[in-house]
Design a protein around this ligand. Structure first.
Ligand SMILES: *[C@@H]1O[C@H](CO)[C@@H](O)[C@H](O)[C@H]1NC(C)=O
Ligand SMILES: *[C@@H]1O[C@H](CO)[C@@H](O)[C@H](O)[C@H]1NC(C)=O
Ligand SMILES: *[C@@H]1O[C@H](CO)[C@@H](O)[C@H](O)[C@H]1NC(C)=O
Ligand SMILES: *[C@@H]1O[C@H](CO)[C@@H](O)[C@H](O)[C@H]1NC(C)=O
Ligand SMILES: *[C@@H]1O[C@H](CO)[C@@H](O)[C@H](O)[C@H]1NC(C)=O
Ligand SMILES: *[C@@H]1O[C@H](CO)[C@@H](O)[C@H](O)[C@H]1NC(C)=O
Length: 581
């Protein structure tokens, strides 16, 4: 009955809407909460598609699809097979190299994702294509090109020529089949801010409009625009640049910049860009750079006007709310309720740091099996076997909420010293917070028999921040707490929960007696904000390692981890400085 009434009510609103002039909408930013940096979007019919940058993370370059600009479904990853760019992941040493900012465009039945891969052995342009973005396997192998700069754009001119514009800002013709480029021409240097980058070219009312990011992707970040009647220039800078920034303000959303513009099917303009929550003190921002949406007013022959980025936004009417999007894949804002039933796929929003070793993750009758990696989460830099370059046995999802609870049930029965399984808030190998279950020698007491025993070990790794005394509890010495004897032999639930906006609490819970939970450690989210991961954002996830034991690429036998119950629940967002929570 109720459904019928709402049906007729919506029908009535639908009939009346054109007469009353559809009402402007209000919505909350970020529309893609959690680490979603350098967004680029395009629309095909009534579906919007966006790609975001992922650096070392595999699978990478996620494609999100939406019909209403608010509910975003993760429909595929552009880079989802090692063979698309063979050898590159293993050759990449840096913590935030890999796939940089991409552009997504659609032309004549094909989707194009173009970006620059940094790291192995040198910087190289990569172009992936697909005729079906809902099917991961439809993404092509990479066509590579000699990129001299980062952040390539793709633009088809009316005369059929195809151009790429890169940081700098430079223009080149590109052959989409071979990757051949024409000579590079400097077309704009921006308005004088550092790092003119992230360019996108649009043609409107006889002008070529060049939208760029400037000022670096930190507090000075901004968006500027120039235009020309010829694609090669000269480009005239808009006199009111920057057209979008929050620099020098006390807004909760900072680092606003690196955007893209597109139209909905009613011809209204919108833009997306990246922003970081946490205000101008810019100290605690574990989710890194997130994707925000803003309305754009762009009249004929005029420069576009971009609405400033806030948590609470108003603007053009939004398309009606619907989750009716083809393909598999979770919505970004949904909780994880994963039980890893035998025969199921590993859910698409769970990702790794670099391409993992073959077979290290599989869904078995006992749940998600994780074979340990010799490299632990930190690893040993420059040691190809222990650096993690050939795969870290870590699987995680983005922290997408200011407040959340994450837990997994671990079935873990190690048999040699050093074998460990646990949960982590992971930004990079140099910035992570872990609670592990680890077999250690119990040689600390004088009358011990030196027989190994199981410990909970709580560790914070933030060595790149050792000289930052303002972080409470950094460095924090590792803490080992014996696993109670009565817990051994059964599953143990490890949990990470936000205590407040700035701190995580790590606990262990025995399977048969949830009331006996032990709170093991508390750490500041500042340890996973910036540091060695200024471009990336935190993942929360699970790992297994033998901490360097074994030889070549093999851990000692045993120490496999089975994960049975994986839960992530968002418990709330903060989107302004004066929210009382
Ligand atoms: C890139 O440069 C290398 C060396 O200069 C050259 O051998 C190769 O053909 C170039 N590739 C493309 C796609 O232009
Ligand atoms: C940008 O600066 C470079 C280096 O100074 C210069 O060579 C180039 O001509 C400039 N480009 C434009 C479009 O002004
Ligand atoms: C922002 O720009 C100003 C002026 O150019 C400069 O003094 C300041 O160091 C910059 N701040 C950051 C965080 O880059
Ligand atoms: C509706 O939103 C657009 C885009 O932000 C804005 O230009 C316009 O003034 C708004 N209209 C009203 C009535 O608020
Ligand atoms: C968050 O919790 C930590 C640990 O209890 C505490 O030190 C910190 O002051 C709290 N922060 C806020 C903003 O309440
Ligand atoms: C991580 O592994 C390295 C060897 O690969 C080892 O030296 C280090 O102690 C390990 N870290 C921990 C916390 O066990």
């Amino acid at each position: 009955m109720y459904r019928q009434i709402t049906f007729w009510a919506s029908f009535l609103i639908f009939l009346l809407a054109p007469c009353s002039g559809m009402k402007n909408s209000s919505y909350q930013n970020p529309v893609l909460p959690g680490w979603h940096s350098d967004p680029s979007c395009t629309r095909v019919d009534d579906v919007f598609f966006c790609v975001t940058s992922t650096f070392d993370v595999f699978p990478g370059l996620p494609i999100y699809a939406s019909k209403d600009l608010l509910d975003w479904k993760l429909v595929s990853h552009t880079w989802n097979r090692e063979s698309q760019l063979p050898g590159y992941s293993a050759g990449t040493t840096g913590q935030q190299l890999g796939h940089y900012a991409a552009t997504i465009r659609y032309h004549d039945g094909t989707f194009y994702v173009i970006c620059v891969y940094l790291g192995a052995p040198a910087e190289i342009g990569v172009l992936y294509t697909s005729k079906n973005p809902y099917d991961e396997s439809a993404w092509s192998d990479a066509v590579t090109f000699n990129a001299s700069e980062i952040d390539p754009d793709l633009f088809w001119d009316d005369d059929g020529k195809v151009y790429t514009v890169m940081a700098g800002i430079t223009l080149q013709e590109i052959n989409l089949k071979t990757g051949d480029l024409s000579d590079s021409v400097s077309i704009w240097n921006g308005t004088g801010g550092v790092y003119p980058e992230g360019p996108h070219l649009y043609k409107k009312d006889g002008f070529y409009y060049l939208l760029i990011a400037e000022g670096g992707t930190e507090l000075n970040h901004s968006i500027s625009i120039a235009r020309s009647t010829k694609i090669q220039g000269p480009y005239e800078s808009y006199k009111h640049n920057p057209i979008l920034t929050n620099r020098g303000t006390d807004e909760y959303f900072q680092t606003v910049g690196h955007g893209d513009l597109f139209q909905d099917s009613h011809g209204r303009w919108w833009g997306i860009c990246l922003a970081t929550r946490g205000g101008p003190s810019w100290k605690v921002y574990p989710m890194g750079r997130e994707t925000v949406l803003f309305p754009v007013t762009w009249e004929k022959d005029q420069w576009p006007a971009l609405e400033p980025v806030r948590g609470q936004m108003t603007g053009w009417p939004l398309p009606s709310r619907t989750r009716h999007i083809p393909g598999q894949g979770p919505f970004n804002s949904d909780p994880d309720v994963y039980d890893f039933q035998f025969g199921s796929q590993i859910p698409r929003n769970l990702v790794h740091f670099r391409v993992p070793a073959k077979d290290s993750f599989s869904v078995t009758r006992k749940g998600l099996r994780i074979l340990p990696s010799r490299s632990n989460l930190t690893g040993i830099p420059d040691n190809s076997l222990l650096s993690g370059q050939n795969g870290l046995s870590f699987i995680g999802r983005r922290q997408t909420d200011t407040f959340f609870t994450y837990s997994v049930d671990l079935d873990f029965d190690p048999n040699s010293v050093g074998q460990e399984a646990g949960v982590s808030v992971f930004l990079t190998q140099m910035n992570h917070i872990d609670l592990g279950i680890v077999l250690l020698d119990s040689d600390s007491s004088p009358n011990s028999h030196r027989s190994p025993r199981l410990y909970f070990r709580f560790r914070t790794e933030a060595s790149t921040m050792d000289n930052i005394p303002i972080i409470p509890g950094n460095p924090q010495p590792p803490k080992a707490v014996p696993v109670p004897h009565s817990w051994i032999g059964e599953k143990i639930r490890l949990q990470i929960k936000t205590l407040n906006e700035t701190h995580y609490e790590f606990s262990a819970i025995p399977f048969s007696n949830p009331h006996a939970a032990m709170k093991i450690g508390i750490a500041s989210a500042q340890l996973v904000s910036g540091g060695s991961g200024t471009f990336v954002g935190s993942l929360v996830g699970t790992y297994a390692t033998c901490n360097g034991a074994g030889s070549a690429s093999k851990c000692p036998d045993g120490g496999s981890l089975y994960v049975n119950r994986w839960r992530y629940t968002g418990d709330g967002q903060i989107t302004s400085a004066n929210e009382n929570l």
